[in-house]
Structures are given as structure tokens and as C-alpha cells.
Ligand binder design. Structure first.
Ligand SMILES: O=C(O)CCC(=O)C(=O)O
Length: 273
């Protein structure tokens, strides 16, 4: 669809907001038609690839938070068109102030009816990446009212250095939550078509899904083109290196078949899809 190639008119104020707060919510990034067509494919793959069979009550906190299905774009040309699209890639590059972006990976995060909260965490804890030019696009496929568990953010928390060493867990919810007590939180519903972008070190969480409907969300993680592999600081980062950066060498700029460039200012015409 043409919309995925078209530019989103990002305002200076929105870029400034991202850099100041560590996240930005952008209205009307995607039309209902695009969300419906591509969303149907994401949901088909989530159902086909899901291996979670335990009832919610029998899972741990992480397992209760969502069904997590990764790199859908490897399974479908339709998803590939969406995940590598110029429209979202250009927003990611402009927010970070870099010339181009590559995909780190995508993941569908479907919070089931009755699904639990997502504990406080910062994503970059999991990533063996050498700098913080990373951003996640959080793309709901339906409006997300407060009772469905929209993503929420701690304002300006990408600048906090404390508690960056914590995996998603009851402990991260408690310890990070306590540290962030005095900071402003952004907890709001998402409208249809709204997409948020948060930085790799921004602390975020989501409430439980108290509705009878699935909270279907697609996410895309971008890193700057030229990002280098850093020595893993924990076991999760080693697993991520093997899975999302296969064959990338320590200290070298990442350029594997799983990390294509999806937007480049310098070669805009070559990579536009
Ligand atoms: O969707 C959620 O509940 C959490 C999402 C999240 O942590 C992320 O996209 O980085």
C-alpha cells in the first residue's frame, strides 16, 4: 500500500519531545485500512506460531503479560512489506537524528483477555549494541483504552542510569517502580492509528488487560545504520546476538541478512520500497 512508502510529516516539536522525554506518541501514523489488512496477517501468524498453551493463571509474570512472537517478517512477504517500510523507518531515523536505520527485530505482543501487567523495564538491557541509537515502534492494531493495558512511559527516564541491569520480572516491577516513584508517568489510552516510539533505555510498563478482547500490538525495533556489536553484558544479550545478529562480528558495523536497511537518507531512492 502506498501509505507505507509515504512520508509522515514529523514536526520539530515531536522530535524535540522524543529527545527530551525518551518517547513520543504520534497520531494518525497508520490508517484503519492498513492496520486491518496487515493486522490480519500478524494475527494469523501469532495463532500459527504461538507455542504458549498454559492457562494464564499457571504462567509466571512474564508469561502472563503477553503472547510474544518474534520476527514475523521472516515468515511472510506481507509482514516484510510492513516491517521494512520506509514510512516507519524514516520516522525512527529522524527521531534519533541518524542518517539511516536497520531492523533489529520485530515482535508481536498480544496481551490476552485477562492477561497480566508488563513489568517496568528498559529494552536495551537485552541488546548487545554499542550505543543507544535504538528505538521501538509500538503499533496497536485497535484502540487501546486504559483497561486494556496501553504502553506507558516514565518521562525522561532514558537519562537514568540506575536499574538498567534488570530483566523483566516481579523484581524489576518492584525495584524500578520504587526508583521511579517521584518521576512523571505518561499513562494514556491509544487511539486507532496512533504509534509510540520509545528509546532503548526508556523505562516503560503496561497494565493488565481487563477487557474481554485481545490487545493486539505489533512492534518494530530499529537501530541506527552503522550500529556495532558490543560484548554481551549478560546471557540475554548473548542469546540476542546469536538470534538477531547472526554472523555479525564483535566491534563491527552490523550488516546481516536479518538486519536490512529500511530507510537511508543518503540512499533514499535505492531503498524506498
Ligand atoms: O506491549 C507491552 O505490554 C510491552 C511492550 C514493550 O515492552 C516494548 O515494546 O518494548
Amino acid at each position: 500500500m502506498d501509505e507505507l512508502k509515504d512520508e509522515y510529516p514529523l514536526a520539530e516539536e515531536q522530535i524535540a519531545c522524543y529527545r527530551r522525554d525518551g518517547f513520543v506518541r504520534l497520531p494518525n501514523v497508520l490508517s484503519p485500512a492498513v492496520l486491518e489488512v496487515y493486522g490480519a496477517e500478524f494475527t494469523r501468524l501469532v495463532q500459527a506460531l504461538n507455542r504458549q498453551t498454559l492457562p494464564i493463571a499457571e504462567r509466571n509474570t512474564y508469561g502472563k503479560a503477553f503472547l510474544q512472537i518474534t520476527n514475523l517478517w521472516e515468515h511472510s512477504e506481507i509482514v516484510k512489506e510492513f516491517v521494512l517500510c520506509r514510512r516507519l523507518g524514516k520516522i525512527a531515523a529522524e527521531l534519533m537524528g541518524v542518517d539511516g536505520v536497520r531492523i533489529y527485530h520485530d515482535q508481536a505482543l498480544y496481551k490476552e483477555p485477562g492477561g497480566g501487567f508488563t513489568p517496568w523495564h528498559a529494552d536495551q538491557f537485552y541488546w548487545p549494541l554499542a550505543n543507544d541509537n535504538t528505538v521501538t515502534a509500538w503499533i496497536p492494531l485497535q484502540p487501546v483504552p486504559l483497561e486494556m493495558g496501553p504502553l506507558s512511559f516514565c518521562v525522561g527516564s532514558h537519562k537514568l542510569l540506575k536499574n538498567r541491569d534488570m530483566a523483566i520480572s516481579d523484581e524489576s516491577e518492584e525495584r524500578i517502580g520504587r526508583t521511579l516513584n517521584d518521576y512523571a508517568k505518561d499513562v494514556k489510552p491509544f487511539a486507532l492509528g496512533e504509534v509510540s516510539f520509545h528509546s532503548g533505555w526508556t523505562f516503560h510498563r503496561a497494565g493488565p488487560n481487563g477487557t474481554g478482547r485481545m490487545r493486539a500490538v505489533m512492534t518494530i525495533i530499529y537501530m541506527e545504520d552503522g550500529m556495532r556489536v558490543a560484548a554481551p553484558k549478560n546471557g540475554n544479550q548473548q542469546v540476542d546476538w546469536d538470534r538477531w545478529l547472526p554472523g555479525a562480528q564483535l566491534g563491527e558495523a552490523i550488516d546481516t541478512p536479518l538486519n536490512p536497511v529500511c530507510y537511508s537518507r543518503r540512499h533514499a531512492s535505492e531503498v524506498s520500497k
